[in-house]
Design a protein around this ligand. Sequence first.
Ligand SMILES: [Zn+2]
Length: 105
Amino acid sequence: MLTEKKKTIIEHMSKYYNESLDIETGIAQDLGDKAESSYSKEFLLSLSDAERQRLGMIDAALKRLDAPDFGLCEDCGKSIGKMRLDVIPWTPHCIVCQEKEEQGS
Ligand SMILES: [Zn+2]
């Protein structure tokens, strides 16, 4: 099941890259050549702050996939929910905590 989720996240990632960055060839090379050191400096510099943040969240989510608490909210510890994870697989928060944070800031 985790492998399946990982596949989904990677599919989401490629879709996100392809739709919003339009430099897929460069990314494919980056991901292939520098798999162990994640992303190249040039690639990271080419991203906006929001994109970098998103990428960091995706990275963290991929790491969490192997942890037993993947799919649980980092704030309240409750299940994030399959539907939410299907839409935003890299989110570390459940919808309740997310809304609280958005209202608070
Ligand atoms: Zn929560």
